[in-house]
Design a protein around this ligand. Structure first.
Ligand SMILES: *[C@@H]1O[C@H](CO)[C@@H](O)[C@H](O)[C@H]1NC(C)=O
Ligand SMILES: *[C@@H]1O[C@H](CO)[C@@H](O)[C@H](O)[C@H]1NC(C)=O
Ligand SMILES: *[C@@H]1O[C@H](CO)[C@@H](O)[C@H](O)[C@H]1NC(C)=O
Ligand SMILES: *[C@@H]1O[C@H](CO)[C@@H](O)[C@H](O)[C@H]1NC(C)=O
Ligand SMILES: *[C@@H]1O[C@H](CO)[C@@H](O)[C@H](O)[C@H]1NC(C)=O
Length: 363
């Protein structure tokens, strides 16, 4: 039997009499849309075990409040050129986790062609946490995503912890734009104990408020980023604390990008206790000249997305000789406080334009 429902009768307490509920544990071991839909409808404890999701299909899990979802074994998605997502989870007060040894395997090598979103095969977004409220996701292993790994979007009150995203194979097999986490239009989000091996932003905060990122390990990608901010449907990033994180063998360490000639704001942002190691391009890069259309920069900053109340504290480490320690090109910035910054090894500073007075930055 591939679809097992185990009914657990609730204890007859006062609550159970007032609001009778059926707690059911369901395990799905073979992909079948109807089975999955009935499990989502009827079960409060769902395990997806070793399923293979057909080509071009989103595994859509719109969970009932209070559901616990566990991934077990190896879950794979078959190859198809489309935008995805391959996995989309919605819910309130839900818990999403993985059993020991599980993998969510995007089989990215089937799509990777070195071009990411800029051509070649059409690559699906892997995993969207959409409209998640007061929920947790923890102990999840993700491997080889075709394109971006995880988006948290339109969500409120999410704690993601111990999520391991391994797109390391992409280094030699053409992985590109394999962002770890992207956060969009979401509030009260905590990301802790996230490890990412990839070829683009480790974590990119695109819009949202009250976001905490700590104990992150980023390897091979483009660093811990805010942005790009501007030119989208929501363009505010506010109250962000990034702390206790390590960024190694990556193109950038700390990065904030705001969009040229766009409007919005980045405010009350703190990065502290960040260690960099062997950074290729920029140890710290803060720039207001991002061109959202080309993914490049214009070389001229505009001030429509001002960076305000920006604290950088205890950011230390090394950049490659061919890289640049600090690059700043902004306009209309205010109230910056930098201290304990010691990034060495590369060219000292390439640009240092638009820094508000009294910031404590020595360029
Ligand atoms: C994800 O699931 C939610 C809830 O079912 C739905 O509203 C949303 O459209 C889905 N997103 C995608 C991209 O399928
Ligand atoms: C600034 O952001 C931090 C989180 O990093 C938050 O604790 C603090 O309350 C915010 N300050 C203001 C004035 O909103
Ligand atoms: C600076 O940050 C590192 C972690 O990156 C931490 O080990 C160290 O204690 C911090 N130093 C201070 C003075 O807070
Ligand atoms: C600077 O930012 C403010 C908002 O804080 C905005 O009103 C103003 O237009 C910006 N100035 C420039 C030159 O972009
Ligand atoms: C900055 O770091 C380098 C090594 O990365 C170290 O040699 C130097 O003493 C540090 N400077 C300060 C002021 O801590």
């Amino acid at each position: 039997m591939q679809f097992i429902i185990k009914l657990v009768l609730p204890t007859l307490g006062i609550l159970a009499i007032i609001q009778p509920s059926l707690a059911a544990t369901c395990t799905i071991s073979k992909y079948n849309e109807d089975d999955i839909n009935s499990a989502v409808k009827d079960c409060s404890d769902i395990t997806l075990n070793g399923i293979s999701v057909p080509a071009g299909v989103t595994l859509n899990l719109n969970l009932n409040p209070g559901t616990k979802l566990t991934f077990q074994g190896k879950i794979i998605w078959e190859f198809y050129e489309w935008n995805g997502p391959l996995l989309n989870i919605t819910g309130t007060n839900v818990e999403i986790t993985g059993a020991e040894g599980h993998t969510l395997d995007g089989q990215g090598t089937l799509w990777w062609d070195g071009q990411g979103e800029h051509g070649g095969k059409i690559k699906p977004v892997f995993f969207i946490l959409h409209g998640l409220r007061n929920s947790i996701i923890h102990d999840i292993n993700v491997k080889n995503t075709p394109y971006h790994a995880i988006w948290i979007e339109d969500s409120d009150g999410v704690v993601a912890s111990n999520v391991y995203i391994d797109n390391g194979d992409g280094d030699s097999k053409g992985g590109h734009n394999t962002d770890g986490f992207n956060v969009w239009r979401s509030n009260d989000v905590t990301l802790e104990g996230i490890s990412v091996y990839n070829q683009d932003d480790c974590i990119a905060l695109k819009s949202g408020t009250n976001i905490v990122v700590r104990d992150t390990y980023c390897s091979g990608g483009h660093g811990l980023s805010i942005g790009s901010v501007g030119g989208r449907d929501y363009n505010i990033v506010e109250n962000v604390l990034v702390s206790g994180s390590q960024i190694v063998n990556s193109d950038n360490g700390v990065r904030i990008k705001t969009v040229y000639e766009a409007t919005g704001s980045v405010s009350n942002v703190t990065y502290k206790d960040i260690t960099l190691k062997n950074i290729n391009k920029f140890g710290i890069v803060i720039e207001g000249d991002y061109n959202i259309n080309t993914g490049g920069t214009t070389g001229v900053a505009t001030g429509g997305v001002p960076i305000k109340h920006f604290t950088l504290e205890n950011v230390t480490g090394t950049v490659k000789k061919s890289g640049v320690n600090i690059y700043i090109l902004v306009k209309n910035a205010s109230d910056w406080h930098w201290q304990g910054i010691n990034v060495t090894g590369g060219e000292k500073t390439k640009k240092c334009d638009g820094i508000p007075e009294g910031s404590g930055i020595t360029c």
